[in-house]
Design a protein around this ligand. Structure first.
Ligand SMILES: C[S@@+](CC[C@H](N)C(=O)[O-])C[C@H]1O[C@@H](n2cnc3c(N)ncnc32)[C@H](O)[C@@H]1O
Length: 271
């Protein structure tokens, strides 16, 4: 089989230089030599126009040039604020139906953990607006999205959403990972188009109870909540068993849908 030209590596895209899983780096595939921290100055140009997996040598080491997976990107994120873990972020996409071309809004940006999943899911024709009131957190999120090559899909805005709400209207989904999501529900309702989804992510039962009560009071429909537990498995011939270390608790997910009352009469959506 020949090489599909649309799959060949392009100048300027973000690639993973990988020798082993632990010895790998995200870099922009530049035609000019680049300084790769931990490796040195590397001439990546020979990989441009070549198929994914192209080998490049640096001294005695050979690195393969790969397109990073979402997993590669998350693993290499810088973390400042606590990120939404992949098991939870992935499920939030499922709950809200976010996919190619979606227009979504989130608060707060934090380290950009969820932002990365959203930007990945909406694709090049979608749009993510990410709010945070703390510029030092948002700077980390921006850096992480830039390193992943996904910054063009994301607009960062610095604002306290409990005070100023969101500037966007007609959005497909709103995500709230802030300590007091009930202060932002009215703003989320205003931003969503009818049929759009709202998701909350909170670390304690108290926040979940208060958040869900507020969702019901505001007239959101299809309100549900859950927690996901993930247990890694150690797989060995004749000795397969659960890993000893389990991530005990991350956060609770709640989701709901904006279905306003039908015009001209009381409906299910009446608060
Ligand atoms: C736990 S972090 C978000 C983590 C992020 N979802 C991730 O996956 O990396 C919470 C963020 O919300 C921001 N925040 C809290 N209340 C806010 C508000 N009212 N308006 C805007 N940002 C807020 C904080 O500054 C913090 O950066």
């Amino acid at each position: 089989m020949g090489t599909d030209a649309s799959r060949t590596l392009r100048a300027g895209e973000v690639v993973l230089l990988r020798r082993t899983e632990g010895d790998s780096f995200l870099v922009s595939l530049s035609p000019d030599p680049v300084l790769v921290p931990g490796i040195g100055v590397f001439d990546l140009a020979p990989a441009i126009g070549k198929p994914e997996g192209w080998p490049l040598s640096m001294g005695s080491r050979t690195y393969r040039v790969l397109r990073p997976s979402l997993r590669d990107l998350v693993a290499r994120m810088r973390r400042r604020a606590q990120i939404i873990t992949p098991k939870d972020a992935q499920h939030l996409l499922y709950l809200t139906g976010v996919g190619p071309s979606s227009r979504v809004v989130e608060a707060g940006s934090g380290s950009g953990g969820l932002t990365l999943f959203l930007a990945w899911a909406v694709g090049p024709s979608g749009h993510v607006v990410s709010y945070d009131r703390r510029p030092e957190h948002q700077a980390v999120a921006r850096e992480n999205l830039a390193a992943a090559g996904l910054l063009p899909r994301v607009e960062f805005k610095e604002a306290d959403v409990a005070v100023h709400g969101f500037e966007e209207t007609d959005v497909d989904a709103v995500f709230l990972d802030v300590p007091e999501p009930w202060t932002v529900l009215e703003a989320a309702w205003t931003s969503l188009h009818p049929g759009g989804y709202l998701a909350l992510y909170v670390p304690t039962y108290n926040q979940l109870e208060r958040g869900v009560r507020a969702l019901r009071e505001r007239g959101f429909q299809e309100v549900s909540a859950l927690e996901l537990l993930e247990r890694g498995l150690h797989v060995g011939e004749g000795g397969t068993r659960p890993e000893f270390e389990v991530l005990g608790h991350t956060g609770f997910l709640a989701s709901a849908r904006k279905i306003p009352p039908a015009p001209g009469g009381p409906g299910e959506g009446t608060p």
